[in-house]
Design a protein around this ligand. Structure first.
Ligand code: ATP
Ligand code: MG
Length: 707
């Protein structure tokens, strides 16, 4: 049994596994730790990861990358349109408005969504893990950007499900990094909180988070981000070189997708060299376009000038984090950097400038996210035993609940989770209602997604009391461990009051207890009889800390009064909670689509397997032909076969070789295996003779002489 952590990067993925001995980053079929986030198709099979990236220039139309940032989005989303400008594959809007990458696969045009492509990549990572660990993968934790909204998180989970991964948690990338940092630190203390800033500057995004560590625990404080990354630097440099080549050579790289891709590849290499070298470095591309060789050069200072707008945004993101974390410079212990683009010297300088500390490189810059995710998986999974480490994440955007009015009550809204609220967490909102109603969860601030709505829940079966009064409906609003916000349940609190001399019952006491630690009162309206029409309570799950409650006392008092918990009361209240059915419209595939995509993926996996087996069978036959011919022509088997038989077999081998290059080039697996078996029937006795001779040469010679 194995548990893994996945860092699904826009450019490349890393997978780490938790074993009893510790965390290990796994190598793929090319013995590399990074698997490019690229999927390609050819006539018969899918090509994923390193092999896909390697053949991109010669199979551009059927090679797809850059789909991470398209998850959960529609084709006409402005963000998608922007992303598509730098994706050379063919993309179309499908009938339902979703994104379809058009590729030629199995000799026909097919469309795949970003979620399906992500699932294909996950299938590859799963296979990589199974091969490296020599066991099936059970559970995983997948890291995702802190700024991913509900739709993107659901899409990522859908992709994982299509690939048959059991996701224990979607973990924010910087939180995974923080765990990779804190888990092995043995100088963290209960009474001496340590504030660390984590900077992850990757291919498509910059994420900066503040985290406080105490012994055995971490708590995220705040995050800031920007949708800029190494690729924006590449694009700025490409703009410069394209202009230069246009002037000097009169060739325009933008008119040719292949040339543009080659230019970007060379620029990325140059950029990496410039991180280590401040002198002028060359850029040469042979037969760039129209058979023209191009050459130019650049030095670091020039690159910094060209990328000034990107660097400015990096600086602003650092400053925003500093302000939002409310940490003073003195309170920051260190600034840890991960992500490929933090290797750029000017990024390190900006860190020093803003945080007044040099950037620390305690962590492996490429592998930290996957290692943190693997640690989290090990902590959560029963399959591996590991020491506990408490992780309290944050909800990165403010969240509101809105509810419709009905005939007698007005509509309302309340901010249920402010930005950077601890997560996972649940809260109860109580709304007085006489009939069914709709409750929506929406983001309470601008988010990087075109639709602010997280979902609409139709709360059914709500009825007035026998006396025609409103009933209390409790909605449990939850940020789950994946950072997904939902209404996890709706219950009707059926209250019955009976005049009684006794003190208030247990129910009231329970209600009082629940409302302890209450937040500031929401802006709920007061109903006519003075009772609040809506209020909320914390339900502190998963040991998350309860937020402080400035001004909360008055509110708690009112709630308490409503439930009548004072011991001078003469009414006994009995409450019965009735679970209400809900109908939800939120992001993500519906179950039918999900099952359809899962089946498609399984079919593609078995098709790939069959194709691999077919190619393996062909290779085995080809190898046999060469090997046997060598052995029979001057090789070790020549002396163990009579000449006529030897000539016949060699002739067959020659014919077979020709056949393999002609009509035998593309046959079924069985055709190859049958031919191999037929040949082996003839050659096995020769091999056996050779073997017998080697075992007992004297006896063999004696026998030969006696014939
Ligand atoms: P994201 O986190 O945005 O989804 P990712 O995780 O795939 O993407 P990383 O692997 O962290 O991204 O970083 C890749 C980026 O880092 C690329 O843009 C690459 O060019 C850049 N990079 C890698 N090494 C260097 C270097 N030595 N100097 C400059 N940039 C580098
Ligand atoms: Mg990354």
């Amino acid at each position: 049994m194995s548990v893994i952590g996945i860092d699904f990067g826009n450019e490349g993925c890393y997978v780490a596994a938790a074993r009893s001995g510790g965390i290990e980053t796994l190598a793929n079929d090319y013995s590399l730790r990074a698997t490019p986030s690229v999927v390609a198709f050819d006539g018969k099979k899918r090509i994923i990861g390193v092999a896909a990236k390697n053949q991109q220039v010669t199979n551009m139309k059927n090679t797809v990358g850059g789909f991470k940032r398209l998850l959960g989005r529609k084709f006409n989303d402005p963000h998608v349109q922007h992303e598509l400008k730098s994706i050379p594959a063919r993309v179309e809007a499908r009938n339902d408005g979703s994104i379809g990458f058009k590729v030629n696969y199995l000799q026909e045009d097919q469309h795949f969504s970003p979620e399906q492509l992500t699932a294909m990549l996950f299938t590859k990572l799963k296979e990589t893990s199974a091969a490296a660990m020599q066991t099936q993968v059970n559970d995983c934790v997948i890291a995702c950007p802190v700024f991913f909204t509900n739709a993107e998180r659901r899409a990522l989970l859908d992709a994982a499900q299509i690939a048959g991964l059991n996701v224990l948690r979607l973990m924010n990338e910087t939180t995974a990094t923080a765990l990779a940092y804190g888990f092995y630190k043995n100088d963290l203390f209960e009474d001496k909180p340590r504030n660390v800033i984590f900077v992850d500057f990757g291919h498509s995004a910059l994420q900066v988070s503040a985290c406080v560590f105490t012994k055995g625990k971490l708590k995220m404080l705040a995050s800031s981000w920007d949708q800029i990354g190494g690729r924006d630097i590449d694009l700025a440099l490409a703009e410069y070189f394209t202009k230069e080549f246009l002037e000097r050579y009169k060739i325009n790289a933008k008119t040719n997708a292949r040339a543009n891709l080659r230019l970007l590849t060379e620029i990325e290499k140059l950029k990496k060299q410039m991180s280590a070298n401040s002198t002028k470095l060359p850029l040469n591309i042979e037969c760039f376009l129209d058979d023209v060789d191009v050459s130019s050069s650049m030095q670091r200072s020039q690159m910094e000038e060209l990328c000034a707008p990107v660097l400015q945004r990096v600086e602003q993101t650092f400053k925003k984090l500093l302000a939002e974390s409310k940490l003073s410079l003195d309170e920051i212990h260190s600034v840890e950097i991960v992500g490929g683009s933090t290797r750029i010297p000017s990024i390190k300088q900006l860190i020093e400038q803003v945080f007044n500390k040099p950037a620390s490189t305690t962590l492996n810059q490429d592998e930290a996210v996957s290692r943190g995710a693997a640690l989290q998986c090990a902590i959560m999974s029963p399959a591996v035993r590991v020491r506990e480490f408490g992780v309290t994440d944050i909800q990165n955007y403010a969240v509101k609940v809105l509810w419709d009015g009905d005939g007698s009550s007005s509509n309302g809204e309340v901010e249920i989770f402010p930005q950077f609220h601890p997560s996972p967490f649940s809260r109860l909102v109580t709304i007085a209602r006489k009939g069914p109603f709709n409750a929506s969860i929406v983001y309470g601030q601008q988010v990087p997604y075109p639709d602010q709505t997280i979902g609409v829940w139709k709360i059914k079966d709500v009825k007035p009391t026998e006396r025609g009064e409103s009933q209390d409906v409790k909605l449990k609003v939850r940020i789950n461990q994946n950072g997904i916000v939902l209404i996890s349940s709706a219950t009707l609190v059926d209250r019955k009051e009976q005049e009684e001399a006794a003190a208030a019952g247990e129910q009231a006491a329970a209600a009082e207890e629940k409302s302890a630690g209450e937040q500031a009162a929401p802006n709920a309206a007061e109903s006519a009889d003075g009772q609040p029409e809506a209020y909320f309570e914390n339900e502190d799950d998963n040991n998350t800390s309860t937020a402080s409650s400035p001004g909360g006392q008055g509110w708690a008092q009112r709630v308490k009064g409503w439930f009548g918990s004072g011991n001078d009361k003469t009414k006994k209240k009995t409450t019965k909670a009735i679970e209400l059915p809900m109908e939800v419209a939120t992001h993500g595939f519906n179950p039918a689509d999900l099952s359809n995509f899962t089946q498609q993926e399984s079919k593609m996996i078995s098709n790939d397997q069959k194709e691999t087996e077919r190619i393996d069978a062909k290779n085995a036959l080809e190898e046999f032909v060469y090997d046997m011919r060598n052995k029979l022509q001057g090789g070790q088997l020549e002396r163990y076969v009579v000449e006529s038989e030897r000539e016949s077999i060699v002739a067959q081998l020659n014919d077979l070789e020709n056949w393999l290059y002609e009509e035998g080039e593309d046959c079924e697996r069985e055709t190859y295996t049958n031919r191999l078996t037929a040949l082996q029937k003839q050659t096995d006795p020769i091999k056996l003779r050779a073997h017998d001779y080697e075992q007992c040469p004297a006896g063999f010679d004696e026998l030969k002489n006696s014939i």
